[in-house]
Design a protein around this ligand. Structure first.
Ligand code: SF4
Length: 466
């Protein structure tokens, strides 16, 4: 395994030809190490025969500790696994936990199509991006190959990644026949059917889950057998208990598998599947209570170390915590989520509208923007570049200063003396100590706003117009 650009550089052509979009091979090597680039982005390395050995060796050395597995095909295909560390702050976690929601092959066609469209169309706007659901898991409740194939055909038409759920090889084969180019994940091979399911994975070249309930030795043996047979894309299902001591066992199993994989046990270095919606939950009479426990379980295994889940509850109170938590855990700590540093219009501001500023930390910006827009406050909102750091920390750390605010106004081409009639700026309450400096640098009146943007509407009633 290699960890430095210098080590990666040794395997590159070292001609600085620029075809990869970087000025030098060393710059490209840095991208390989932080995984923002891949070896296939260097045309000479891929095309010239004399580099074939180096390319193969470099790919091997750069491969993550936990195998990355792709499910689905085309633009909507998703990757799972691919991690190198046990703790996010040691590097970052790559591929966010993927959430597949279930349908059953015995559902009425209209209901099935409606649910699949609901899954595929799910969208939750959060700090500048849309959070989505990832795919559909088709449960072969009928155990009938014809019915299962018909359900697969309907889901495949929507073009979303799929998991085929059955322990019956004939059922899975029927599904594969109608979705040959869709690269679905097969769930699952166990101690009874592993031979037939393994043959299907090889024949159709699709990823496959190996499953052994609360028996890590058996799970490892299955994974090893599959790997020796030439199956590379394996996902592990160690079983998911819903409650009590069993839940503790499940949690411990997830930790043991991931720790062994990261520490170099390649026989078990694969992504892990969690199944938060268990038979126990299906038996709970109150659907809200069942959804609640499913969400709790999904949260536990998003944190430690579920790479993919099959879920059931689609109510907003179930999906919103799940997608938000995954987004938060998998945010790259090396680069805070930031918005462009510029002047934004909130609503339809005029020359009489207030001018505010905040930092370009996405969570701060969108919170302030939402507090203003949802209260109908038309205004000008400047996002100052603080390297994606929030107001209080940026003031303390020197990323938010009067000079930086002035610079941001200048770069935005926003002259307070001509763009508005009041020559006034509202500073966040947490940046109150900048007031004097700001007045000097901007040559404007500076009002100190509230500590919390949620109080801006009340503050505006008392303090605006100035
Ligand atoms: Fe170097 Fe390859 Fe990039 Fe050319 S394309 S500069 S050889 S890394």
């Amino acid at each position: 395994k290699i960890n430095s650009p210098l080590e990666a550089y040794k395997y590159l052509p070292q001609t600085n030809c620029g075809e990869c979009g970087e000025a030098t091979c060393m710059a490209f090597a840095s991208k390989l190490i932080d995984r923002s680039g891949k070896t296939s982005d260097c045309p000479p390395l891929v095309k010239e025969k004399k580099f074939a050995k180096k390319l193969a060796e470099l790919d091997r050395l750069l491969a993550p500790e936990i195998r990355q597995v792709t499910i689905g095909a085309g633009e909507k295909a998703v990757n799972i696994g691919g991690d190198d560390v046990l703790y996010r702050h040691k590097l970052t976690f790559f591929n966010k936990t993927k959430m597949f929601f279930d349908v059953a092959d015995n559902m009425e066609e209209a209901a099935l199509v409606a649910r699949v469209k609901q899954i595929a169309g799910y969208k939750k706007f959060y700090v500048g991006r849309n959070l989505l659901l990832d795919g559909v898991a088709i449960r072969a409740v009928s155990n009938d190959p014809v019915k299962f194939a018909a359900a697969v055909k309907k889901v495949a038409e929507v073009g979303i990644p799929m998991i085929f759920c059955s322990f019956n090889p004939a059922v899975l084969k029927a599904g594969l026949e109608v979705a040959k180019d869709k690269n679905p994940l097969l769930y699952a091979a166990n101690k009874d059917n592993w031979k037939e399911i393994g043959e299907l994975a090889l024949e159709y070249k699709v990823p496959v889950v190996v499953s052994a309930f609360n028996d890590l030795d058996a799970l490892k043996t299955l994974a090893k057998t599959f790997a020796e047979a030439g199956i590379k894309d394996i996902v592990l299902d160690p079983g998911t208990y819903p409650t009590g001591k069993g839940l503790k066992d499940t949690f411990t199993n997830f930790l043991k598998i991931r720790r062994a994989g990261i520490m170099g046990d390649t026989e078990i270095a694969y992504p892990i599947m969690a199944l938060p919606f268990t038979a126990w939950m299906a038996g709970i009479a109150d659907p809200v209570s069942a959804s609640y426990w499913e969400t709790v379980m999904a949260s536990v295994f998003t944190i430690r170390y579920g790479d993919i889940m099959i879920l059931h509850s689609m109510e907003p109170y179930a999906t919103m915590p799940e997608v938000h938590l995954a987004e938060t855990i998998y945010t790259d700590p090396r680069s805070p989520v930031a918005v462009d540093s510029k002047m934004y219009k909130v609503g339809n501001p005029t020359a009489d509208s207030p001018v505010l500023f905040t930092t370009n930390f996405a969570l701060t910006y969108y919170t302030v923007e939402s507090d203003l827009s949802s209260n109908g406050i038309d205004c000008w909102l400047l996002a100052v570049n603080t390297d994606g750091i929030g107001v209080e920390a940026a003031v303390a750390g020197g990323q938010l200063t009067a000079d930086k605010v002035k610079d941001a106004f200048d770069k935005a081409g926003f002259d307070l003396k001509t763009a508005v009639n009041h020559n006034t700026v509202i500073t966040p309450g947490l940046a109150a100590r900048l007031q004097g400096d700001l007045e000097d640098k901007l040559g404007a009146s500076v009002k100190v706003g509230p500590m919390d943007s949620g109080r801006l509407p009340g503050w505006m009633e008392k303090n605006w117009p100035p």
